[in-house]
Design a protein around this ligand. Structure first.
Ligand SMILES: NC(=O)c1ccc[n+]([C@@H]2O[C@H](COP(=O)([O-])OP(=O)(O)OC[C@H]3O[C@@H](n4cnc5c(N)ncnc54)[C@H](O)[C@@H]3O)[C@@H](O)[C@H]2O)c1
Length: 351
């Protein structure tokens, strides 16, 4: 029997409600499969942990996590207790950087029974591959001067290695889908990094002659996500552009509560981390109405990454069966609790 050792970090707020729900689903699918099982080791690293210990995770936290097959995270952040930049950089970003999780993958598709805010969602189904380690989110730059003379300079850093890696990953994803890759650019306005981005995209696309490609300026592409999302398959984007596009993706699905995400280490040296797009949702903590679908779909992505693709597909099918019956939480207009939606998904799996 294969055993997957998972480090579980529920984190803050509704993370503590949706992570146990998704773990129940993972145990269920493992039982159904019969050939593997999950062992979760839970870590209390969170804003409350920070108040007690003065750090978001212990000094050897990264070393501890390194021995696990994957990391399963809920949400981090509670502004009432700890400033967001402290909690984010002390845990989430630290793990992403230390474990070279250079790709952030976020799918978006129409779930049956869920009303998209779009008048014509046309069964859109795409995935954004976001470069997750460099680009606009760099610490290069600084502030000089005072008062009216003050200047802030923020440098974006694009390496050929990082850019090419994200693009190759996107093309490999496209092989498993309908074979179309869209590059998010802005080479008409950003004169150094974006023409470079386009050049690398052209170079890499030569190695995938069987794929169709297009480049779109980020502003036009943002509009296409609203007006014709069904034309997209795999979108490759820089760190900032990908961040923005994926929130539009979550928005057009109907609720951020259903949007999944994976932070992937692609060289196999370190574990990858799976966390939904949403945060700790302070406005609904403890009400029992957090939508568990984002976390459960994220668990599906973890199954894919671990090579348990057949089980992963079954989990997504069970989610779709449950949304089709409109057994959903209030963020999607329903009146089910977290527990009811989770149990319904488990029952679908057991059918
Ligand atoms: N990856 C992460 O850990 C992550 C991501 C985003 C925000 N945050 C942090 O979370 C805290 C709150 O941030 P925010 O309010 O901007 O974003 P949020 O995603 O927590 O909440 C935004 C809105 O969406 C709703 N929502 C989110 N997830 C939901 C779910 N599963 N079911 C039902 N409704 C859901 C919330 O109730 C809220 O109205 C902040 O501290 C922020 O830094 C963490």
């Amino acid at each position: 029997m294969k055993k997957w050792n998972i480090a579980s970090i529920p984190g803050d707020g509704i993370g503590k409600e949706v992570v146990p729900a998704a773990e129940q689903v993972l145990h269920t699918i493992a039982d159904i499969h019969g050939g593997f099982q999950f062992e979760f080791t839970s870590f209390p690293w969170s804003s409350e942990y920070y108040l007690e210990h003065g750090v978001m995770m212990p000094e050897d936290g990264i070393q501890t996590l390194a021995s696990f097959d994957s990391i399963f995270l809920g949400a981090v952040g509670n502004e009432q207790l700890v400033p967001d930049h402290v909690s984010l950089w002390g845990l989430l970003i630290k793990i992403r950087r230390e474990f070279e999780q250079v790709i952030n993958m976020r799918p978006a598709k129409v779930l049956p029974g869920i009303a998209s805010p779009l008048a014509n969602p046309n069964q859109f189904d795409f995935v954004v591959v976001r470069e997750n380690s460099e680009g606009e989110y760099s610490s290069s730059g600084g502030r000089i001067g005072n008062g009216e003379e003050e200047i802030a300079i923020q440098n974006a850093v694009f390496t050929r290695k990082g850019t090419e890696r994200a693009m190759r990953f996107a093309f490999e994803q496209a092989k498993k889908r309908s074979g179309h890759v869209t590059s998010a650019t802005k080479s008409n306005g950003i004169i150094h990094s974006m023409p470079f981005w386009d050049e690398v995209f052209n170079d890499v696309s030569q190695d995938y002659p069987e794929m169709t490609t297009e480049s779109q300026h980020i502003d036009a592409l943002a509009a296409f996500l609203v007006t014709k999302p069904e034309t997209l398959d795999v979108v490759v984007a820089s760190n900032l552009f990908g961040d923005i596009l994926t929130d539009i993706g979550a928005g057009i699905m109907g609720s951020i509560g259903v949007a999944p995400a994976a932070n992937l280490n692609v060289n196999g040296k370190y574990p990858s981390m799976f966390e939904p797009v949403h945060g700790s949702a302070p406005d609904i903590i403890g009400k029992g109405i957090a939508n568990p679908i984002g976390q459960i779909w994220t668990a599906k992505m973890m199954l894919d990454h671990l090579g348990e693709e057949e089980s992963a597909t079954k989990v997504l099918e069970a989610i779709e069966q449950v949304t089709r019956q409109q057994m959903v939480t209030p963020d999607l207009g329903g009146n089910c609790t977290t527990e009811e939606v989770t149990n319904a998904i488990i029952q679908e799996l057991k059918r």
